[in-house]
Design a protein around this ligand. Sequence first.
Ligand SMILES: Cc1cc2nc3c(=O)[nH]c(=O)nc-3n(C[C@H](O)[C@H](O)[C@H](O)COP(=O)(O)OP(=O)(O)OC[C@H]3O[C@@H](n4cnc5c(N)ncnc54)[C@H](O)[C@@H]3O)c2cc1C
Length: 378
Amino acid sequence: MRNDYDIAVVGGGLLGSAIAWGLGRIGQRVVVLDEGDVTKRASRANFALVWVQSKGLGMPAYTVWTVRASETWAQLAADLKDQTGLDVGLQRNGGFHLALSEGELEQRANTLKRLHNQIGAADYQVEVMDHDRVAAMLPAIGPEVVGGTFCPLDGHVNSLRSFRAFHTGFKAFGVDYRPEHPVTAIAQSGGEFRLTTPKGEIRAGKVVLAAGNANETLAPMVGLKAPMGPTRGQIVVTERTMPFLPHPLTTIRQTDEGTVMIGDSKEDLLDDSGLDLSISTVMADRARRTFPLLGRLNVVRTWSGIRVMPKDGFPVYDQSESHPGAFVACCHSGVTLASNHAYALAPMIAAGQLDAAQVGAFTGRRFDAAATTGSGYY
Ligand SMILES: Cc1cc2nc3c(=O)[nH]c(=O)nc-3n(C[C@H](O)[C@H](O)[C@H](O)COP(=O)(O)OP(=O)(O)OC[C@H]3O[C@@H](n4cnc5c(N)ncnc54)[C@H](O)[C@@H]3O)c2cc1C
C-alpha cells in the first residue's frame, strides 16, 4: 500500500487539532487539511467551558463520555504545557448554573433529575443550593439570585490558548499542517484515499472528517452521515477587573486574564458577521442582576459564532463500512471533549477501528431512526 501519509485529517479547528495532536503523539504520519483563516470557526468563538452538569438528556452514553473528558483534561493541560510551554489556564473546581427565580431553579433541578435518572447515566454529583449556600461559595452574587446547581466536575480553560497549544504541539510531533487546502472531493482506490484540494491531491491510508458543519457535505463522499443543525451564539466581554468569580457559571466566567465573558445565546441565524444587540442586552442584564458589581464595568468587545451542532445535539463519531479507513467526528462542546479526542478517539482511529463500547452510541446511523430527540446542550 502506498500512502503519502498514514492519516489525513480534514479540518484544523479544535476537533481536528485535538485528533491530529493525539495521532502525532503516538507516531502517526499525519496531514491536516484546512480552509483559510477567514472561514467560520466555532473554535475561535466559543465560551471555553469544560462542562459536565447539563449534558446528555436523551443519551446516557454522553454523560459517561463527558465525565471522562472532564477527568482527563488535567492530564491534557499538563501534557500541552510540558510539550509547548503554553499554560492553557485550566480551572476545574466546579461550576454553577444560577437561577433568578424560584421557577427557574425548579425547572433546572427537574431537568438535572431527569438527566441523572436515565439508565446508564454517569453521576454528575450535582447539588441544588439555595441563595445562602451559593453565597458562601460566590460572595459577589446579588439578592435576586434564589439559588443554583453546582457540579464539582465542571471547569473552564483559555480556549484560544488551548487551540494554539494543539497547533504548536502537533507541529512538534511532525504533523503537516496545510491551510488553504479545502477538500472538495474524496475517493478511495488501491487501498488509499485521494483528497482533492485546489493545491493538488493528497493521499493517505485513512481519512478523518473533522470539518465541523461541513461534515454534512463531506461525510456522504465516504458513505457516512453527519446531519447538522448549527445555531448562532453571542458573547459579551467586559474590561478586566479584580478576581471575584472563583467558579465559572454556564453563562458568566472570569478569564485567567481578568475579563468577564457573558454568554451565550442560542439563535437560528447563521450569520456570524453581525450581532443582535437586543439579545446581548438581555444577556448583560441577567449578568448584572446575578453579580451587581458587573454594572460598573465597560463592555470591551462582543462577537457571534456559529456552533458546530449535529442535528440532535450529540456528537457524531463513526467509521465507514463502504470506505474502510474513513472516519467522521463532529460535536458541539469541542472544548470539553478535547481530551477524549486526543487520548481516546485518536488511538482508535490509528488502530482502524472505533471501540463500540466507548463510542458506539454516537454513530451517525442513529439518524436513520425516525425522530431523534434530546440535546447534548441544556
Ligand atoms: C458561541 C459558542 C460558544 C461555545 N461554548 C462552548 C463551551 O463553552 N464549551 C465547549 O466545550 N464548546 C463550546 N462551543 C463549541 C466548540 O467551540 C466547538 O464544539 C468546537 O470549536 C468545534 O470545533 P471543530 O473543529 O469541529 O469546528 P470549527 O472550529 O468550526 O472548525 C472546522 C474547521 O474545518 C475547516 N473546514 C471546513 N470545511 C473544510 C473542507 N472542505 N476542507 C478542509 N477544511 C475544512 C474549517 O475551515 C475549520 O477550520 C461553543 C461554540 C460557540 C460558537
